[in-house]
Design a protein around this ligand. Structure first.
Ligand code: C2O
Ligand code: CU
Length: 571
Protein backbone atom coordinates (compact mmCIF):
# COMPACT_ATOMS: atom_id res chain seq x y z
CA UNK A 1 0.00 0.00 0.00
CA UNK A 2 1.36 3.41 -0.85
CA UNK A 3 1.98 5.85 1.93
CA UNK A 4 -0.66 8.18 0.61
CA UNK A 5 -3.23 5.38 0.58
CA UNK A 6 -2.44 4.48 4.18
CA UNK A 7 -2.70 8.09 5.19
CA UNK A 8 -6.05 8.49 3.44
CA UNK A 9 -7.40 5.32 5.02
CA UNK A 10 -6.38 6.60 8.41
CA UNK A 11 -8.11 9.89 7.80
CA UNK A 12 -11.32 8.14 6.72
CA UNK A 13 -11.21 5.79 9.66
CA UNK A 14 -10.89 8.67 12.12
CA UNK A 15 -13.72 10.54 10.41
CA UNK A 16 -15.98 7.53 10.70
CA UNK A 17 -15.16 7.26 14.39
CA UNK A 18 -15.74 10.86 15.21
CA UNK A 19 -18.77 11.56 13.10
CA UNK A 20 -22.22 11.11 14.50
CA UNK A 21 -24.34 9.03 12.23
CA UNK A 22 -27.99 8.94 11.34
CA UNK A 23 -29.64 5.62 12.18
CA UNK A 24 -32.72 5.12 10.07
CA UNK A 25 -35.52 2.72 10.82
CA UNK A 26 -38.75 2.05 8.97
CA UNK A 27 -41.40 0.45 11.08
CA UNK A 28 -44.77 -0.99 10.18
CA UNK A 29 -47.00 -1.41 13.19
CA UNK A 30 -49.90 -3.81 12.99
CA UNK A 31 -51.92 -6.45 14.79
CA UNK A 32 -50.93 -10.03 14.21
CA UNK A 33 -51.77 -13.30 15.90
CA UNK A 34 -48.81 -14.27 18.06
CA UNK A 35 -48.18 -16.95 20.64
CA UNK A 36 -45.37 -15.62 22.84
CA UNK A 37 -46.44 -17.91 25.68
CA UNK A 38 -47.98 -20.58 23.38
CA UNK A 39 -51.46 -19.02 23.71
CA UNK A 40 -52.62 -17.33 20.53
CA UNK A 41 -53.49 -13.67 20.97
CA UNK A 42 -53.64 -10.53 18.86
CA UNK A 43 -50.39 -8.74 19.47
CA UNK A 44 -49.12 -5.40 18.27
CA UNK A 45 -46.03 -5.96 16.19
CA UNK A 46 -43.31 -3.89 14.57
CA UNK A 47 -42.24 -5.33 11.23
CA UNK A 48 -43.88 -8.57 12.30
CA UNK A 49 -42.16 -8.82 15.68
CA UNK A 50 -42.79 -8.43 19.37
CA UNK A 51 -40.51 -7.34 21.03
CA UNK A 52 -39.76 -5.02 18.15
CA UNK A 53 -36.34 -4.49 16.57
CA UNK A 54 -33.59 -3.22 18.85
CA UNK A 55 -32.27 0.25 18.15
CA UNK A 56 -28.47 0.22 18.21
CA UNK A 57 -26.68 3.54 18.11
CA UNK A 58 -23.67 5.40 19.34
CA UNK A 59 -23.64 8.46 21.57
CA UNK A 60 -24.36 11.55 19.49
CA UNK A 61 -26.14 9.71 16.70
CA UNK A 62 -29.47 10.87 15.36
CA UNK A 63 -32.15 8.20 15.36
CA UNK A 64 -34.86 8.54 12.73
CA UNK A 65 -37.81 6.18 12.97
CA UNK A 66 -40.48 6.32 10.34
CA UNK A 67 -43.55 4.71 11.87
CA UNK A 68 -46.51 3.65 9.76
CA UNK A 69 -49.65 2.97 11.73
CA UNK A 70 -51.19 -0.13 10.20
CA UNK A 71 -53.51 -0.77 13.13
CA UNK A 72 -56.46 0.07 10.85
CA UNK A 73 -58.87 1.28 13.55
CA UNK A 74 -56.55 2.49 16.28
CA UNK A 75 -54.35 5.48 17.01
CA UNK A 76 -50.71 5.08 17.97
CA UNK A 77 -47.79 6.88 19.62
CA UNK A 78 -44.33 5.52 20.50
CA UNK A 79 -42.25 6.82 23.39
CA UNK A 80 -38.44 6.64 23.65
CA UNK A 81 -38.07 5.85 27.30
CA UNK A 82 -34.98 7.38 28.90
CA UNK A 83 -34.12 9.62 25.95
CA UNK A 84 -34.41 13.21 27.16
CA UNK A 85 -35.37 14.74 23.80
CA UNK A 86 -33.39 17.90 24.41
CA UNK A 87 -34.49 20.31 21.70
CA UNK A 88 -37.03 17.83 20.29
CA UNK A 89 -39.84 17.67 22.89
CA UNK A 90 -42.31 16.87 20.09
CA UNK A 91 -40.53 13.55 19.50
CA UNK A 92 -41.21 12.21 22.99
CA UNK A 93 -44.09 10.15 21.62
CA UNK A 94 -46.55 10.73 24.42
CA UNK A 95 -50.04 10.76 22.95
CA UNK A 96 -52.02 13.71 24.36
CA UNK A 97 -48.93 15.36 25.88
CA UNK A 98 -46.38 15.94 23.14
CA UNK A 99 -48.23 15.01 19.98
CA UNK A 100 -51.50 14.06 18.42
CA UNK A 101 -51.59 10.32 17.98
CA UNK A 102 -50.60 8.81 14.65
CA UNK A 103 -53.89 8.09 12.94
CA UNK A 104 -54.54 4.77 11.19
CA UNK A 105 -52.81 4.68 7.84
CA UNK A 106 -50.58 7.68 8.63
CA UNK A 107 -46.81 7.72 8.77
CA UNK A 108 -45.02 9.78 11.41
CA UNK A 109 -41.28 10.32 11.68
CA UNK A 110 -39.60 10.49 15.07
CA UNK A 111 -36.22 12.15 15.01
CA UNK A 112 -34.00 12.62 18.05
CA UNK A 113 -30.41 12.58 19.22
CA UNK A 114 -29.20 9.89 21.60
CA UNK A 115 -26.88 12.08 23.62
CA UNK A 116 -25.72 9.63 26.27
CA UNK A 117 -24.54 6.03 26.28
CA UNK A 118 -26.68 3.52 28.13
CA UNK A 119 -29.62 1.16 28.11
CA UNK A 120 -32.99 2.60 27.15
CA UNK A 121 -36.34 1.40 25.89
CA UNK A 122 -39.17 2.24 23.60
CA UNK A 123 -42.82 1.38 23.85
CA UNK A 124 -46.29 2.41 22.75
CA UNK A 125 -47.65 5.36 24.73
CA UNK A 126 -51.28 5.54 23.79
CA UNK A 127 -54.06 3.91 25.82
CA UNK A 128 -52.77 0.57 27.06
CA UNK A 129 -51.05 -0.46 23.87
CA UNK A 130 -47.82 -1.43 25.59
CA UNK A 131 -49.73 -4.35 27.05
CA UNK A 132 -50.29 -5.64 23.52
CA UNK A 133 -46.56 -6.12 23.01
CA UNK A 134 -45.34 -2.96 21.30
CA UNK A 135 -41.93 -2.42 22.89
CA UNK A 136 -38.22 -2.91 22.41
CA UNK A 137 -34.76 -1.86 23.52
CA UNK A 138 -32.44 1.01 22.68
CA UNK A 139 -28.74 0.50 23.24
CA UNK A 140 -26.49 3.52 22.95
CA UNK A 141 -22.82 2.68 22.99
CA UNK A 142 -19.91 4.94 23.89
CA UNK A 143 -17.91 6.65 21.19
CA UNK A 144 -15.09 4.32 20.11
CA UNK A 145 -12.50 6.58 21.69
CA UNK A 146 -13.97 6.35 25.19
CA UNK A 147 -13.48 3.54 27.67
CA UNK A 148 -16.01 2.10 30.06
CA UNK A 149 -15.18 1.71 33.72
CA UNK A 150 -15.60 -2.08 33.47
CA UNK A 151 -14.78 -4.75 30.92
CA UNK A 152 -16.69 -7.61 29.37
CA UNK A 153 -16.53 -9.81 26.32
CA UNK A 154 -20.12 -9.77 25.11
CA UNK A 155 -23.07 -7.42 25.39
CA UNK A 156 -26.69 -8.67 25.31
CA UNK A 157 -30.12 -7.11 25.95
CA UNK A 158 -32.96 -8.93 27.67
CA UNK A 159 -36.39 -7.39 28.19
CA UNK A 160 -38.66 -8.80 30.87
CA UNK A 161 -42.40 -8.38 30.62
CA UNK A 162 -45.66 -9.83 31.80
CA UNK A 163 -48.32 -11.09 29.45
CA UNK A 164 -52.10 -11.20 29.58
CA UNK A 165 -54.48 -13.21 27.46
CA UNK A 166 -57.14 -10.52 27.68
CA UNK A 167 -56.87 -7.82 25.08
CA UNK A 168 -56.14 -4.15 25.69
CA UNK A 169 -59.82 -3.45 25.03
CA UNK A 170 -61.11 -5.99 27.50
CA UNK A 171 -58.77 -4.57 30.11
CA UNK A 172 -59.45 -0.88 29.57
CA UNK A 173 -63.20 -1.47 29.38
CA UNK A 174 -63.09 -3.29 32.70
CA UNK A 175 -61.04 -0.54 34.34
CA UNK A 176 -63.35 2.20 33.18
CA UNK A 177 -66.73 0.76 34.06
CA UNK A 178 -68.72 1.37 37.20
CA UNK A 179 -68.70 -2.36 37.77
CA UNK A 180 -64.95 -2.24 37.94
CA UNK A 181 -63.38 -5.35 36.42
CA UNK A 182 -59.79 -6.07 37.34
CA UNK A 183 -57.87 -8.36 35.04
CA UNK A 184 -55.83 -9.85 37.88
CA UNK A 185 -52.30 -11.18 37.65
CA UNK A 186 -50.74 -11.88 34.25
CA UNK A 187 -50.93 -15.33 32.73
CA UNK A 188 -47.21 -15.45 31.95
CA UNK A 189 -43.89 -13.75 32.40
CA UNK A 190 -41.88 -13.29 29.23
CA UNK A 191 -38.11 -13.22 28.92
CA UNK A 192 -37.15 -11.44 25.71
CA UNK A 193 -40.68 -12.06 24.44
CA UNK A 194 -40.90 -15.75 25.28
CA UNK A 195 -42.84 -17.55 27.99
CA UNK A 196 -44.71 -20.75 28.55
CA UNK A 197 -48.37 -20.95 29.49
CA UNK A 198 -49.60 -24.39 30.46
CA UNK A 199 -52.20 -25.01 27.74
CA UNK A 200 -53.92 -27.69 29.84
CA UNK A 201 -55.01 -24.89 32.20
CA UNK A 202 -57.35 -23.40 29.62
CA UNK A 203 -60.91 -23.64 30.83
CA UNK A 204 -62.66 -25.06 28.93
CA UNK A 205 -59.85 -26.70 26.99
CA UNK A 206 -59.90 -25.36 23.48
CA UNK A 207 -60.77 -27.70 20.67
CA UNK A 208 -58.71 -25.56 18.31
CA UNK A 209 -55.15 -26.92 18.55
CA UNK A 210 -53.67 -23.65 17.32
CA UNK A 211 -55.26 -21.66 20.17
CA UNK A 212 -52.64 -22.90 22.58
CA UNK A 213 -49.82 -25.06 21.33
CA UNK A 214 -46.89 -25.93 23.55
CA UNK A 215 -44.74 -26.86 20.56
CA UNK A 216 -45.21 -23.58 18.72
CA UNK A 217 -41.70 -22.24 18.01
CA UNK A 218 -42.90 -18.74 18.98
CA UNK A 219 -42.92 -19.91 22.59
CA UNK A 220 -39.71 -21.89 22.55
CA UNK A 221 -37.65 -21.15 25.64
CA UNK A 222 -35.32 -18.17 25.35
CA UNK A 223 -31.75 -19.44 25.28
CA UNK A 224 -28.67 -17.35 26.01
CA UNK A 225 -25.60 -19.24 24.85
CA UNK A 226 -22.41 -18.33 26.70
CA UNK A 227 -18.77 -19.29 26.40
CA UNK A 228 -17.04 -20.54 29.57
CA UNK A 229 -14.40 -18.18 30.90
CA UNK A 230 -15.97 -15.10 29.37
CA UNK A 231 -17.72 -12.15 31.02
CA UNK A 232 -21.13 -11.02 29.78
CA UNK A 233 -22.83 -7.71 30.14
CA UNK A 234 -26.56 -8.36 30.25
CA UNK A 235 -28.77 -5.33 29.88
CA UNK A 236 -31.85 -6.33 31.83
CA UNK A 237 -34.90 -4.15 31.51
CA UNK A 238 -38.51 -4.41 32.53
CA UNK A 239 -41.53 -3.33 30.54
CA UNK A 240 -44.12 -5.14 32.57
CA UNK A 241 -47.70 -3.95 32.49
CA UNK A 242 -48.14 -4.51 36.21
CA UNK A 243 -45.61 -6.76 37.85
CA UNK A 244 -42.54 -5.95 39.92
CA UNK A 245 -39.98 -8.66 39.27
CA UNK A 246 -36.95 -10.35 40.64
CA UNK A 247 -34.43 -11.79 38.19
CA UNK A 248 -31.93 -14.55 38.88
CA UNK A 249 -29.35 -16.68 37.11
CA UNK A 250 -28.93 -20.01 38.80
CA UNK A 251 -25.48 -20.48 40.33
CA UNK A 252 -24.21 -17.07 39.20
CA UNK A 253 -23.72 -13.83 41.04
CA UNK A 254 -24.65 -10.71 39.16
CA UNK A 255 -22.72 -7.46 39.47
CA UNK A 256 -24.89 -4.40 38.88
CA UNK A 257 -22.87 -1.77 37.00
CA UNK A 258 -25.42 0.47 35.29
CA UNK A 259 -28.91 1.71 36.07
CA UNK A 260 -31.10 3.72 33.67
CA UNK A 261 -28.06 4.77 31.63
CA UNK A 262 -25.78 5.72 34.55
CA UNK A 263 -22.81 3.84 35.91
CA UNK A 264 -23.26 2.68 39.47
CA UNK A 265 -20.77 1.52 42.08
CA UNK A 266 -20.58 -2.24 41.38
CA UNK A 267 -22.64 -4.33 43.76
CA UNK A 268 -23.03 -8.08 43.76
CA UNK A 269 -26.52 -9.55 44.07
CA UNK A 270 -28.22 -12.93 43.75
CA UNK A 271 -31.61 -11.38 42.97
CA UNK A 272 -32.03 -8.30 40.87
CA UNK A 273 -35.26 -6.49 41.73
CA UNK A 274 -36.55 -4.58 38.76
CA UNK A 275 -39.65 -2.44 38.26
CA UNK A 276 -41.47 -1.54 35.08
CA UNK A 277 -39.51 1.10 33.19
CA UNK A 278 -36.14 0.40 34.83
CA UNK A 279 -33.01 -0.84 33.08
CA UNK A 280 -29.91 -2.36 34.65
CA UNK A 281 -26.68 -3.73 33.28
CA UNK A 282 -25.24 -6.67 35.12
CA UNK A 283 -21.97 -8.48 34.58
CA UNK A 284 -21.79 -12.24 34.92
CA UNK A 285 -18.76 -14.47 34.74
CA UNK A 286 -19.22 -17.79 33.00
CA UNK A 287 -17.31 -19.65 35.67
CA UNK A 288 -19.52 -22.51 36.83
CA UNK A 289 -19.33 -26.25 36.12
CA UNK A 290 -19.31 -26.18 32.30
CA UNK A 291 -20.87 -29.58 31.58
CA UNK A 292 -24.44 -28.37 32.11
CA UNK A 293 -26.87 -25.53 31.46
CA UNK A 294 -28.40 -23.20 34.09
CA UNK A 295 -31.77 -21.59 34.66
CA UNK A 296 -32.49 -17.95 34.16
CA UNK A 297 -35.63 -17.10 36.12
CA UNK A 298 -37.90 -14.21 36.89
CA UNK A 299 -40.65 -14.03 39.52
CA UNK A 300 -43.34 -11.61 40.56
CA UNK A 301 -42.72 -9.80 43.82
CA UNK A 302 -44.88 -7.26 45.61
CA UNK A 303 -48.14 -8.95 44.64
CA UNK A 304 -49.37 -12.43 45.40
CA UNK A 305 -49.14 -14.22 42.07
CA UNK A 306 -47.97 -17.54 43.48
CA UNK A 307 -51.15 -19.33 42.45
CA UNK A 308 -51.63 -17.52 39.16
CA UNK A 309 -48.37 -16.70 37.41
CA UNK A 310 -45.58 -19.24 37.10
CA UNK A 311 -42.03 -17.92 37.05
CA UNK A 312 -40.58 -16.94 33.69
CA UNK A 313 -37.87 -19.38 32.62
CA UNK A 314 -34.99 -19.14 30.17
CA UNK A 315 -31.77 -21.10 29.83
CA UNK A 316 -28.15 -20.06 30.18
CA UNK A 317 -26.55 -22.44 27.73
CA UNK A 318 -22.89 -23.18 28.45
CA UNK A 319 -21.24 -23.73 25.10
CA UNK A 320 -20.78 -26.41 23.73
CA UNK A 321 -23.63 -28.14 25.56
CA UNK A 322 -26.75 -28.55 23.49
CA UNK A 323 -28.92 -25.43 23.88
CA UNK A 324 -32.04 -27.56 24.35
CA UNK A 325 -30.50 -29.53 27.18
CA UNK A 326 -32.67 -28.84 30.20
CA UNK A 327 -30.71 -27.90 33.34
CA UNK A 328 -30.50 -30.94 35.67
CA UNK A 329 -31.89 -29.00 38.63
CA UNK A 330 -35.31 -27.55 39.42
CA UNK A 331 -35.51 -23.84 38.69
CA UNK A 332 -34.53 -22.11 41.93
CA UNK A 333 -37.39 -20.52 43.86
CA UNK A 334 -37.59 -16.74 43.78
CA UNK A 335 -37.66 -14.50 46.85
CA UNK A 336 -40.76 -14.34 49.03
CA UNK A 337 -43.25 -12.09 47.26
CA UNK A 338 -44.33 -10.00 50.23
CA UNK A 339 -40.97 -9.28 51.83
CA UNK A 340 -40.26 -5.61 51.12
CA UNK A 341 -36.99 -5.61 53.08
CA UNK A 342 -34.60 -6.92 50.38
CA UNK A 343 -36.23 -4.68 47.77
CA UNK A 344 -35.82 -1.58 49.88
CA UNK A 345 -32.26 -2.71 50.66
CA UNK A 346 -31.40 -2.89 46.95
CA UNK A 347 -32.89 0.55 46.39
CA UNK A 348 -30.77 1.92 49.23
CA UNK A 349 -27.48 0.26 48.36
CA UNK A 350 -27.09 1.44 44.75
CA UNK A 351 -24.87 4.52 44.52
CA UNK A 352 -23.37 6.51 41.68
CA UNK A 353 -20.00 5.23 40.53
CA UNK A 354 -16.88 6.99 41.76
CA UNK A 355 -15.52 9.14 38.96
CA UNK A 356 -18.96 9.41 37.35
CA UNK A 357 -20.84 11.24 40.07
CA UNK A 358 -22.94 14.23 39.09
CA UNK A 359 -23.59 15.99 42.34
CA UNK A 360 -27.05 17.49 42.74
CA UNK A 361 -27.62 21.12 43.64
CA UNK A 362 -27.43 21.27 47.46
CA UNK A 363 -30.85 22.92 47.78
CA UNK A 364 -34.10 22.92 45.91
CA UNK A 365 -36.31 25.81 44.95
CA UNK A 366 -39.58 23.95 45.29
CA UNK A 367 -40.77 20.82 47.07
CA UNK A 368 -43.78 18.93 45.77
CA UNK A 369 -45.20 16.06 47.79
CA UNK A 370 -47.16 13.58 45.71
CA UNK A 371 -49.39 11.44 47.87
CA UNK A 372 -50.12 8.24 45.90
CA UNK A 373 -53.78 7.43 46.32
CA UNK A 374 -56.45 5.15 45.02
CA UNK A 375 -59.93 6.60 45.11
CA UNK A 376 -63.40 6.52 43.75
CA UNK A 377 -64.67 9.37 41.63
CA UNK A 378 -68.34 9.31 40.62
CA UNK A 379 -68.40 5.58 41.21
CA UNK A 380 -65.32 4.83 39.10
CA UNK A 381 -62.07 3.57 40.58
CA UNK A 382 -59.11 5.87 39.93
CA UNK A 383 -55.51 6.35 40.91
CA UNK A 384 -54.41 9.84 41.76
CA UNK A 385 -51.85 12.04 43.42
CA UNK A 386 -53.03 14.51 46.02
CA UNK A 387 -56.61 13.52 45.21
CA UNK A 388 -56.30 14.60 41.58
CA UNK A 389 -56.55 11.97 38.86
CA UNK A 390 -55.04 12.94 35.51
CA UNK A 391 -57.13 12.94 32.35
CA UNK A 392 -55.44 13.90 29.10
CA UNK A 393 -57.04 16.66 27.02
CA UNK A 394 -57.91 16.18 23.35
CA UNK A 395 -55.39 18.83 22.47
CA UNK A 396 -51.86 17.80 23.45
CA UNK A 397 -50.31 19.98 26.17
CA UNK A 398 -47.17 20.83 24.24
CA UNK A 399 -49.19 22.34 21.41
CA UNK A 400 -51.74 23.98 23.69
CA UNK A 401 -48.99 25.65 25.74
CA UNK A 402 -46.88 26.75 22.81
CA UNK A 403 -49.81 28.06 20.77
CA UNK A 404 -51.55 29.63 23.80
CA UNK A 405 -54.73 27.57 23.56
CA UNK A 406 -55.75 28.36 27.12
CA UNK A 407 -59.22 26.91 26.93
CA UNK A 408 -58.23 23.33 26.14
CA UNK A 409 -57.13 22.39 29.64
CA UNK A 410 -57.72 23.58 33.18
CA UNK A 411 -55.36 26.51 33.81
CA UNK A 412 -55.65 26.45 37.60
CA UNK A 413 -52.47 25.53 39.48
CA UNK A 414 -52.37 22.26 41.37
CA UNK A 415 -51.32 22.04 45.02
CA UNK A 416 -47.72 21.20 46.00
CA UNK A 417 -49.09 18.95 48.68
CA UNK A 418 -52.44 17.65 49.80
CA UNK A 419 -54.14 20.30 51.94
CA UNK A 420 -54.33 17.90 54.88
CA UNK A 421 -51.10 16.00 54.26
CA UNK A 422 -49.90 16.68 57.80
CA UNK A 423 -52.86 14.76 59.26
CA UNK A 424 -53.29 12.22 56.51
CA UNK A 425 -53.21 8.65 57.78
CA UNK A 426 -51.29 6.62 55.20
CA UNK A 427 -52.00 3.32 56.94
CA UNK A 428 -55.77 3.20 56.60
CA UNK A 429 -58.37 3.33 53.87
CA UNK A 430 -59.09 7.02 53.50
CA UNK A 431 -62.44 8.45 52.76
CA UNK A 432 -61.26 10.69 49.92
CA UNK A 433 -64.58 12.23 49.14
CA UNK A 434 -63.09 15.28 47.45
CA UNK A 435 -61.07 13.38 44.82
CA UNK A 436 -61.44 14.81 41.32
CA UNK A 437 -60.31 14.20 37.78
CA UNK A 438 -58.46 17.04 36.12
CA UNK A 439 -56.24 17.92 33.18
CA UNK A 440 -54.48 20.74 35.04
CA UNK A 441 -50.67 20.70 35.12
CA UNK A 442 -47.66 21.82 37.17
CA UNK A 443 -45.76 24.75 35.72
CA UNK A 444 -42.13 24.82 36.78
CA UNK A 445 -39.90 27.84 36.65
CA UNK A 446 -37.23 27.25 34.03
CA UNK A 447 -33.86 26.11 35.38
CA UNK A 448 -35.07 25.75 38.94
CA UNK A 449 -34.36 22.75 41.13
CA UNK A 450 -37.42 20.75 42.08
CA UNK A 451 -37.78 18.10 44.78
CA UNK A 452 -40.46 15.48 44.46
CA UNK A 453 -41.49 13.39 47.41
CA UNK A 454 -43.43 10.31 46.39
CA UNK A 455 -45.47 9.27 49.39
CA UNK A 456 -47.19 5.92 49.35
CA UNK A 457 -50.38 5.16 51.25
CA UNK A 458 -53.09 2.60 51.73
CA UNK A 459 -55.26 1.68 48.73
CA UNK A 460 -59.02 1.25 48.85
CA UNK A 461 -58.41 -2.19 50.36
CA UNK A 462 -57.53 -2.49 54.02
CA UNK A 463 -53.89 -3.33 54.80
CA UNK A 464 -52.78 -2.87 51.24
CA UNK A 465 -50.23 -0.50 49.74
CA UNK A 466 -48.76 -1.15 46.30
CA UNK A 467 -45.38 -0.54 44.74
CA UNK A 468 -45.45 2.23 42.12
CA UNK A 469 -42.56 2.73 39.71
CA UNK A 470 -42.57 6.41 38.76
CA UNK A 471 -41.08 7.50 35.46
CA UNK A 472 -40.14 11.03 34.44
CA UNK A 473 -40.05 12.04 30.80
CA UNK A 474 -37.46 14.49 29.52
CA UNK A 475 -35.09 14.33 32.52
CA UNK A 476 -33.07 12.23 34.83
CA UNK A 477 -33.47 12.85 38.53
CA UNK A 478 -31.27 12.21 41.52
CA UNK A 479 -32.63 9.70 43.99
CA UNK A 480 -31.96 11.40 47.30
CA UNK A 481 -33.53 8.90 49.64
CA UNK A 482 -36.05 6.25 50.50
CA UNK A 483 -37.87 5.73 53.74
CA UNK A 484 -40.64 3.78 55.36
CA UNK A 485 -43.73 5.37 56.79
CA UNK A 486 -44.71 8.95 56.41
CA UNK A 487 -42.24 11.51 55.12
CA UNK A 488 -41.12 13.96 57.78
CA UNK A 489 -40.70 17.29 56.00
CA UNK A 490 -38.55 18.72 58.81
CA UNK A 491 -36.19 15.84 59.47
CA UNK A 492 -36.01 13.43 56.55
CA UNK A 493 -34.34 15.92 54.16
CA UNK A 494 -31.41 16.05 56.60
CA UNK A 495 -30.75 12.41 55.72
CA UNK A 496 -30.67 12.92 51.96
CA UNK A 497 -27.72 11.48 50.10
CA UNK A 498 -26.25 14.50 48.34
CA UNK A 499 -22.79 12.96 48.02
CA UNK A 500 -23.25 10.12 45.53
CA UNK A 501 -26.93 9.64 44.67
CA UNK A 502 -27.74 7.70 41.50
CA UNK A 503 -29.50 9.37 38.64
CA UNK A 504 -32.44 7.55 37.12
CA UNK A 505 -35.56 8.08 35.06
CA UNK A 506 -37.69 5.48 36.86
CA UNK A 507 -37.82 4.74 40.56
CA UNK A 508 -40.09 2.71 42.84
CA UNK A 509 -41.95 4.00 45.84
CA UNK A 510 -42.25 1.02 48.14
CA UNK A 511 -45.42 0.06 50.02
CA UNK A 512 -46.17 2.51 52.87
CA UNK A 513 -42.89 4.24 52.09
CA UNK A 514 -41.55 7.38 50.47
CA UNK A 515 -38.97 8.19 47.83
CA UNK A 516 -37.33 11.61 47.41
CA UNK A 517 -36.12 12.89 44.01
CA UNK A 518 -34.47 16.05 42.77
CA UNK A 519 -34.26 17.33 39.22
CA UNK A 520 -33.49 20.51 37.35
CA UNK A 521 -36.29 21.88 35.19
CA UNK A 522 -33.98 22.69 32.30
CA UNK A 523 -35.57 20.95 29.34
CA UNK A 524 -38.12 23.16 27.56
CA UNK A 525 -41.31 21.24 26.91
CA UNK A 526 -44.25 19.43 28.49
CA UNK A 527 -43.32 16.24 30.29
CA UNK A 528 -45.24 13.44 31.81
CA UNK A 529 -44.35 12.04 35.24
CA UNK A 530 -46.35 8.93 35.95
CA UNK A 531 -46.63 5.51 37.45
CA UNK A 532 -45.28 3.05 34.89
CA UNK A 533 -47.88 0.43 35.76
CA UNK A 534 -49.98 0.69 32.66
CA UNK A 535 -53.37 0.34 34.32
CA UNK A 536 -52.46 2.84 37.06
CA UNK A 537 -51.52 5.49 34.53
CA UNK A 538 -54.60 4.68 32.51
CA UNK A 539 -56.60 5.29 35.70
CA UNK A 540 -55.02 8.69 36.23
CA UNK A 541 -51.78 8.14 38.16
CA UNK A 542 -49.63 10.85 36.68
CA UNK A 543 -48.93 14.56 36.39
CA UNK A 544 -47.62 16.84 33.66
CA UNK A 545 -44.81 19.35 34.12
CA UNK A 546 -44.29 22.37 31.91
CA UNK A 547 -41.02 24.27 31.85
CA UNK A 548 -39.48 26.82 29.51
CA UNK A 549 -42.30 26.55 26.99
CA UNK A 550 -41.27 29.86 25.42
CA UNK A 551 -37.89 28.30 24.58
CA UNK A 552 -39.41 25.44 22.59
CA UNK A 553 -38.62 25.74 18.89
CA UNK A 554 -41.20 25.79 16.12
CA UNK A 555 -43.46 22.78 16.47
CA UNK A 556 -43.50 20.47 13.46
CA UNK A 557 -46.91 20.40 11.81
CA UNK A 558 -46.80 16.57 11.81
CA UNK A 559 -47.66 16.50 15.53
CA UNK A 560 -50.92 18.40 14.90
CA UNK A 561 -54.25 17.27 13.57
CA UNK A 562 -56.30 16.45 16.65
CA UNK A 563 -58.45 18.47 19.05
CA UNK A 564 -57.97 22.22 18.59
CA UNK A 565 -54.69 21.86 16.71
CA UNK A 566 -56.18 21.42 13.28
CA UNK A 567 -55.76 25.05 12.31
CA UNK A 568 -52.03 24.91 13.07
CA UNK A 569 -51.27 22.17 10.61
CA UNK A 570 -50.15 24.45 7.81
CA UNK A 571 -48.16 27.63 8.16
CU1 C2O B 1 -41.98 4.23 29.66
CU2 C2O B 1 -44.43 7.47 29.99
O1 C2O B 1 -43.27 5.80 29.84
CU1 CU C 1 -48.88 2.61 40.24
Amino acid sequence: MSRLMTLLLCVFATMALAEARVRRYKWDVKYEFKSPDCYKKLAMTINGKTPGPAILAQQGDTVVVEVTNGLVTENLAIHWHGIRQIGTPWSDGTGGVTQCPIFPGDTFTYRFVVDRPGTYLYHAHYGMQREAGLYGSIRVSLPDSMVKPFTYDYDKSIILSDWYHQSTYEQTSGLSSIDFVWVGEPQSLLIQGKGKFDCSKLAPPSSDPSACNATNPECSTYIQTVVPGKTYRLRISSLTTLSALSFQIEGHNMTIVEADGHYVEPIVVQNLFIYSGETYSILIKIDQEPSRNYWITTNIVGRDATATTPPGLAVLNYYPNHPKRVPPTDPPAGPIWNDVTPRLAQSLVIKARQGYIHTPPPKSDRVIVFLNMQNEIDGYVHWSVNNVSLTLPHTPYLIALKENLHHVFDQRPLPDQLYNFADYDIYHVANNTNATSSNAIYRLKFNTTVDIILQNANTLNANNSETHPWHLHGHDFWVLGYGTGKFDIDNDPKKYNLANPIMKNTVPVHPYGWTALRFIADNPGAWLFHCHIESHFYMGMGVVFEEGIEKVGKLPSEIMGCGETKGFERP
